[in-house]
Design a protein around this ligand. Structure first.
Ligand code: TXA
Ligand code: MG
Length: 342
């Protein structure tokens, strides 16, 4: 299959590009498109054959459900069996935006491969002009996980999608770099109190300011049936092993020395103010105190590390608050829990 990348951010022949991708989706095909978080790999969520193709293209385990994207708030009524008052408040406060709400599903509407028989459906209205235009022209729901090969960092640029999925999907809508950079927050509105299943672009504090206390369970014990099935898989890994390290210059420089003495080439991902010339590569990700800059750059720098000859990647920990929580959730997965200490 030939993959075509269609640029839509500069208004070049836009109408034709959108029409081609809408036709493709209506015929059961896949289209990668930008959202404000990461690029999604979309298929018509009501078409079982189309949604199965997503799992094939990504190499994604079939027990991991997909988020359904909608173009208007009203569509929630079509897919959710009931809408709790607190969900209405969250939709009012944060949609369009990086928040996925899990509802009990209305049976028989969304394809079974999307909800994987859980009886629930994750819905979100993305805050990106390209995604919203595509959804409105399509006039239907788009099932869309992140548009990466399973296990690779999520894509925040069209070139990342092409690198992972070239030859596997017909179209990539290129709307430039995404903004938020980490995936949406996933919150289960079917439990009382609602439970955060994945930290993301909307922080726990922002949610609690609107609906009061929520449960935050971002770790799944081995023995438990996973509530957000995606959480049990290792994610976001570049090729070289990743080790977390404290935001401390002495620690970083000592770690680099130890690793170099073992004959290893080291790449460091860290804040601007800790930049050191001791490592072979240093990817600066903005001010330490503003982890939203790190969120926005994280997947791009993890992928850039793959383009170096680094044998080891040291990733400097973010502050454990605000967007730092979502970033640390992704970094811990990338590092598989490994932390460098001496
Ligand atoms: O920002 C995002 O959410 C991006 C963009 C493309 O919208 N999408 C995304 O999708 O990250 P994905 O498939 O990579 O992650 C979906 C997460 C998984 O952890 C999955 O297990 C959970 O949402 N999920 C989806 N539907 C669910 C459901 N019915 N119940 C529990 N968890 C669900
Ligand atoms: Mg993903």
């Amino acid at each position: 299959m030939n993959t075509q990348t269609l640029k839509v951010d500069k208004g070049v022949d836009n109408h034709h590009s959108y029409q081609q991708t809408v036709d493709c989706l209506r015929n059961g095909g896949l289209v990668a498109f930008p959202t404000e978080t990461v690029y999604g790999l979309g298929a018509l969520a009501t078409d079982p054959n189309a949604t199965k193709r997503i799992f094939e293209a990504k190499g994604r385990p079939s027990d991991n459900p997909l988020i359904v994207h909608i173009g208007t708030k009203e569509e929630v009524n079509t897919y959710a069996a009931e809408i709790p008052e607190s969900a209405l408040l969250l939709m009012e406060a944060f949609w369009p935006g990086p928040l996925t709400l899990i509802f009990n599903e209305k049976p028989g509407v969304i394809a079974e491969s999307v909800t994987v028989g859980l009886g629930t459906v994750g819905l979100r209205m993305p805050d990106h002009p390209v995604a919203l235009k595509l959804l409105r022209l399509l006039g239907g729901p788009l099932a869309a996980p992140s548009a990466n090969r399973s296990g690779k960092p999520s894509p925040t640029r069209a070139s990342h999608v092409a690198r992972d999925l070239d030859g596997r999907i017909p179209f990539i809508l290129d709307g430039g770099a995404t903004g938020v950079g980490v995936e949406s927050t996933v919150i289960d509105m079917t439990s009382n109190p609602p439970a955060i299943l994945r930290p993301g672009g909307i922080t726990v504090d922002m949610i609690e300011a609107v609906i009061g206390p929520v449960r935050s369970e971002t770790r799944v014990e081995e023995s438990d049936a996973p509530r957000a099935p995606g959480m049990k898989y290792m994610h976001y890994s570049p090729d070289a092993p990743v080790w977390l390290i404290e935001p401390d210059r002495t620690q970083i420089e000592q770690a680099v020395k130890v690793l170099k003495d073992e004959g290893k080439k080291v790449a460091v991902i860290g804040p601007d103010e800790l930049k050191t010339d001791k490592s072979s590569w240093y990817f600066a990700t903005g001010a330490y105190a503003d982890p939203s800059q790190l969120a926005s750059n994280l997947y791009d720098v993890l992928r850039k590390c793959d383009e170096t000859e680094a044998d080891v990647i040291l990733a400097v920990e973010a502050p454990p608050e605000g967007m730092g929580i979502a970033v640390m959730n992704r970094l811990k997965k990338a590092a598989d829990g490994k932390r460098f200490s001496m």
